[in-house]
Design a protein around this ligand. Structure first.
Ligand SMILES: Cc1ncc(COP(=O)(O)O)c(C=O)c1O
Length: 414
């Protein structure tokens, strides 16, 4: 408080002018119902979390398998912190690579059935780093219109041309690929989310890979929401569709089902060598603390040895999705644990989210720019650690609030 008072007493006109100018932009968000306080969790992430002193069912995390609190991860993290210290104090290319980092990369490569892998500080950093470093003027990226923001930002960093194709449409991707081929680019990269983060639908990877191969393009798949969810032991969409060896760049995060933080690309050794020398987030940002790396290694062990977690995730997913459908909610095209409850305009989504929270369910409202205007939603993700009893309580809250807001009712009677 004292600090803030001193700050404002000494605030220069330039600082005040910047605040005033930024506040005008924030006012626009307030008018559109998009200005949101950060929800503060007073407990560990889990099937239930404490918010504002109250235990609520959480449907908002990407903690698909509950690994963040898995005893093997917690123990590995604690032991590594004691043995290796709290941080590395360097970027990977100077003094920030420990045997732990290399062990995790070997394990991820084996898990993803690729020759090599390289970890980054986050999934965001890996997308920005890979696309930003591999493509330049004279290259072209062919990208699904609804790809994740980190892919879009990676594309923005390159001088490469870009051609977008209609969401999950292999025919339109073919149009884009043939256009790119005709222009004689040096490198063509087709990029897609494996599972789309806001809609929960799965990319038609076999058709995309086939078309990309036909036009001489390499494929990059962002499996942020597929790792730990799809494929044998959660190996992701490449494994789910049996496309090993045909996807050049398998992107993953360590921040979602893996339960920790970070990102990686599983690929050839050449790609790994290239990125070590060229990817700017890898080169210019310090490496993961040992506790993070050790916990990720333990997570790979769990993925390989405890398949029942994924089975539970899918049982919960089926239970919750069919509950929402029976109530009459519009849940889009989702095929995975990500289930959007479509609301139309942002204020409705935010109201649904707020009313659910009052009834003990934490499910975030999502609006523009994360999704298109008019496509606002409450996005839900069930985890392996939810019980059916918790999910039924959540469905009851959705029924009450959805009826009150007119999101269900007519459709159910029809
Ligand atoms: C598809 C996709 N890629 C990448 C990311 C970024 O991952 P991270 O949180 O590890 O930075 C996300 C996170 O929301 C995502 O949904």
């Amino acid at each position: 408080m004292v600090g803030r008072m001193v700050m404002s007493a000494n605030t220069s006109k330039a600082v005040q002018a910047l605040d005033a100018s930024l506040n005008e932009d924030l006012d626009a968000l307030r008018r559109d119902g998009l200005f949101r306080p950060l929800r503060v969790l007073e407990s560990a992430q889990g099937p239930e979390v404490d918010i504002a002193g109250k235990a609520v069912i959480s449907l908002s995390s990407n903690n698909y398998l509950g690994l963040n609190t898995h005893p093997r991860l917690v123990e590995a993290a604690s032991r590594a912190a004691f043995e290796w210290g709290a941080g590395t104090g360097a970027v990977r290319t100077i003094a920030g690579t420990q045997t732990l980092h290399e062990e995790l990369e070997r394990r991820l490569a084996v898990f993803k059935r690729t020759e090599a892998s390289l970890t980054f500080q986050s999934g965001y950093a890996v997308n920005v780093g890979v696309i930003g470093s591999m493509l330049d003027q004279g290259d072209c990226v062919v990208s699904d219109k609804l790809n994740h923001a980190s892919i879009i930002d990676g594309i923005r960093l390159t001088k490469a041309d870009r051609i977008l194709y209609e969401h999950t449409d292999p025919d339109d991707a073919e149009r884009a690929l043939s256009e790119a081929r005709a222009k004689g680019y040096r490198r063509i990269l087709l990029v897609t989310d494996g599972v789309f983060s806001m809609d929960g639908d799965i990319a038609p990877l076999p058709a995309l890979v086939e078309r990309a191969e036909h036009y001489g393009a390499a494929v990059m798949v962002d499996d942020a929401h597929a790792t730990g969810v799809l494929g044998t032991n959660g190996r992701g969409t490449t494994d789910h569709f049996g496309l090993h060896g045909r996807v050049a760049l398998n992107i993953g995060t360590l921040s979602k089902a893996v339960g920790v933080v970070g990102g990686y690309v599983a690929s050839s050794q050449v790609v790994r060598d290239y990125l070590i020398h060229k990817a700017r987030p890898f080169l210019f940002s310090s490496s993961h603390p040992p506790a993070v790396v050790a916990a990720c290694i333990a997570a790979v062990d769990v993925l390989e040895q405890e398949p029942q977690l994924m089975e539970q995730l899918w049982s919960n997913t089926r239970h919750f999705k069919s509950g929402l459908r029976e109530l009459g909610f519009d849940i889009g095209e989702s095929e995975t644990p990500i289930t959007p409850v479509m609301c139309g305009e942002a204020p409705v989504a935010m109201q649904l989210s707020d009313l659910l929270l009052e009834r003990g369910v934490f499910a975030q409202g999502i609006g523009f720019p994360t999704v298109a205007r008019g496509r606002a939603r409450v996005r839900t993700i069930v985890c392996a650690t939810h019980t059916h009893e918790q999910l039924d309580r959540a469905l009851l809250a959705f029924e009450e609030v959805g009826t009150r807001l007119g999101l269900i009712g007519d459709r159910r009677q029809a």
